[in-house]
Design a protein around this ligand. Structure first.
Ligand SMILES: Cc1cc2nc3c(=O)[nH]c(=O)nc-3n(C[C@H](O)[C@H](O)[C@H](O)COP(=O)(O)O)c2cc1C
Length: 233
């Protein structure tokens, strides 16, 4: 049983969904992907009394790259790991624990060079981890991976200087941003994915204004129409 009062969601059978908000833009104040993640968080806070929200900053942080020691340690069985292996995997363990704890992952990312920022790629290398977020599924050549993260929703909030990157559009063949993100999160078990993008950040001002307004409206509608309804248990 649920009611909507003055913009606040009230339910007798309510389990608060936990948010993890990840930002990957190297820009701060002028970032359009951050504008969308901030819009998401503001709207979420407006309609939840005590929201549970964690943040993971990538765009302005020094994200370590995985290296040979990391690879050796990550493919060893847990019991065989040395104290050095355990230390090397600490960042990865932290990032994966944050993903596991979240019900909804809100990821803000720019398109850089038709793909994603290298900080986000470095993060992805830490979270796509053997026997932690995926395991082999050799019986199925069409999809040889089993994702180990369950019951999660991913919200991709993207920004791009140009436009026409969606399927069937002129620049779709150059889109290694949303296509890549959807593929890798699918592999670790997250297939419930929503995407909202601001396009044309470097193009015509009026067109950009329209894209921003549409995206902000889409973020609000996504929360109200899809994410909140799914909170009923
Ligand atoms: C280093 C860099 C590379 C970029 N590469 C592309 C690109 O390949 N395609 C594109 O459409 N826009 C590109 N852009 C434009 C950004 O996608 C656009 O400015 C976007 O709004 C950046 O996200 P942000 O506003 O959240 O920082 C690039 C911008 C930068 C700074």
């Amino acid at each position: 049983m649920s009611t909507q009062r003055s913009g606040t969601f009230v339910s007798n059978n309510y389990r608060m969904k936990k948010l993890l908000v990840i930002n990957a833009s190297a820009r701060t104040d002028r970032s359009k992907s951050r504008l969308l993640t901030e819009t998401f968080v503001d709207r979420w806070k407006n309609i939840h009394t005590n929201p549970i929200i964690s943040f993971r900053e990538l765009g302005t942080a020094d994200i370590p790259h995985i290296n040979e020691k990391w690879i050796t340690a990550s493919f060893k069985p847990g019991a065989a790991r040395t104290s050095e292996d355990i230390e090397v995997l600490k960042t990865s363990d932290t990032y994966i624990a944050e993903l596991r704890a979240a019900d909804i992952i809100v990821l803000g990312s720019p398109m850089y060079n038709w793909s994603i920022p290298s900080t986000l790629k470095a993060y992805i290398d830490h979270v796509i981890r053997f026997n932690e977020t995926w395991k082999p599924n050799l019986n199925n050549p069409a999809n040889p991976y089993t994702g180990l993260l369950e019951n999660k929703t991913l919200v991709l909030l993207l920004s791009r200087g140009s436009s026409g990157y969606e399927e069937g559009e002129a620049n779709a063949h150059m889109n290694f941003q949303s296509t890549y993100l959807k593929t890798v999160f699918n592999i670790i078990g997250i297939s419930n994915i929503h995407m909202i993008a601001i396009n044309g950040v470097s193009e015509d001002k009026e067109k950009l204004e329209r894209s921003i307004n549409t995206s902000i409206r889409d973020v609000q509608q996504l929360i109200e129409k899809s994410l909140i309804e799914k909170e009923l248990v």
